[in-house]
Design a protein around this ligand. Structure first.
Ligand SMILES: Cc1cc2nc3c(=O)[nH]c(=O)nc-3n(C[C@H](O)[C@H](O)[C@H](O)COP(=O)(O)OP(=O)(O)OC[C@H]3O[C@@H](n4cnc5c(N)ncnc54)[C@H](O)[C@@H]3O)c2cc1C
Ligand code: SF4
Length: 316
């Protein structure tokens, strides 16, 4: 690990302003992803700004009947919150399907959204990786791609986003609330928060330099049946090969988002509209522009079967 300096921020704006002003500065929350990457020298920040003491660990109801989740709310606390369990069950289910109890006790809402890909070539500093070192090439393309993406990928990068929580946030139409270094705030719809790789896979989100996530807002609950189904190589403690987050009403209408298949939580609103027609129609639309590779083409059939199972469960 490279040497670095460390400080505790005194306010959200202080944190954002310092992160923008100091080259190589990074925020640290739970540290469960950033510290691993620092040990491997994949991330090499010269300065860490600890945002744990900023009071961003509260959950409050919003005036429009939704829920505002502080950026520092731990995954365990978010999953266990009574309001989340009652009105946003898909989020609780996605959270408890991720990582382990110990990790969820440390992992934060913002850190989870910003965790980096688990592409094995990204983690191997001896291999080329356009995300880790822009312009160096991609070890995964032409390599072993079983875990990697089948849709939304590019010729520069086929990595997937690993978060379970983010897939549930996407199906719930969450909004990421931030503070810029000048103290202004904005709300970024989760659909626009994570970026597709294109030719710049190193740019993973819509965040600007120094911009701090302060909270994530969920809209008013919509009711319906909430399901999160995660398919993985082991029964627990493994990232998704494919996951399906769904909120489906009694009339068969609703929304579906997928994890494990794309560089961001994958949802296509036109596919949602096809839900009453069944899994085949939904899957065909979700994967209409898919570019699978030999190793990972199985994910499309796996997703289709998982969607079918989820729709059947929602019908009761
Ligand atoms: C062994 C293992 C298994 C795992 N399994 C799963 C799994 O199955 N499913 C899953 O979804 N996840 C899994 N995870 C990932 C885990 O959920 C993430 O590491 C965790 O959510 C990251 O949160 P954190 O608070 O620790 O982030 P940190 O490591 O502190 O930060 C992550 C990134 O977010 C940035 N950041 C943090 N807070 C803010 C903020 N407020 N504003 C702007 N930037 C910020 C940091 O600068 C850093 O770049 C696993 C992790 C491990 C180590
Ligand atoms: S798929 Fe993306 S993250 Fe993986 S090696 Fe290629 S460029 Fe790097």
């Amino acid at each position: 690990m490279r040497p670095f300096t460390y400080e505790r921020a005194t306010s959200a704006q202080d944190a954002a302003a310092k992160a923008a002003a100091m080259p190589g500065a990074r925020f640290i929350a739970g540290g469960t992803n950033l510290l691993d990457l620092m040990k491997l020298e994949i991330e090499t920040p010269g300065h860490l700004i600890d945002v744990n003491g900023l009071g961003m660990d509260q959950m409050v109801e919003t005036p429009d009947g939704g829920l505002r989740i502080g950026a520092l709310v731990r995954n365990t606390d978010l999953a266990a919150d009574k309001r989340v369990r009652k009105d946003y069950g898909v989020l609780t289910r996605a959270l408890v399907a991720g990582a382990s109890g110990q990790l969820r006790n440390k992992a934060t809402t913002a850190g989870n959204l910003l965790q980096r890909t688990r592409c094995p070539y990204f983690y191997d500093v001896n291999m080329p990786c356009n995300k880790r070192k822009p312009g160096s090439g991609c070890g995964a393309i032409g390599g072993f791609s079983r875990q990697l993406g089948v849709i939304g990928t590019s010729e520069a990068c086929i990595a997937t986003h690993p978060s379970d929580m983010a897939v549930a946030m996407r199906v719930l139409d969450a909004s990421v609330e931030t503070m810029r270094p000048d103290g202004t705030t904005r709300a970024i719809p989760i659909a626009e928060f994570h970026k597709l790789p294109g030719q710049t896979p190193q740019t993973e989100t819509a965040l600007e330099k120094g911009e701090l996530i302060i909270s994530v807002a969920l809209p008013k609950p919509t009711g319906g049946t909430h399901i999160y189904r995660k398919v993985r190589d082991r029964a627990s403690y493994a990232f998704a090969l494919v996951s399906v987050a769904a909120v489906i009403g009694r009339d068969g209408k609703g929304a579906v988002a997928l994890g494990g298949v794309a560089p961001k939580p994958w949802r296509v609103e036109e596919a949602d509209a096809l839900l009453p027609k069944g899994a085949q129609a939904v899957s065909d639309r979700l994967f209409a522009e898919a570019t699978p590779r030999e190793d990972n083409a199985f994910k499309i059939m796996l997703a289709k079967r998982t969607i079918a199972s989820v729709i059947a469960e929602a019908k009761g």
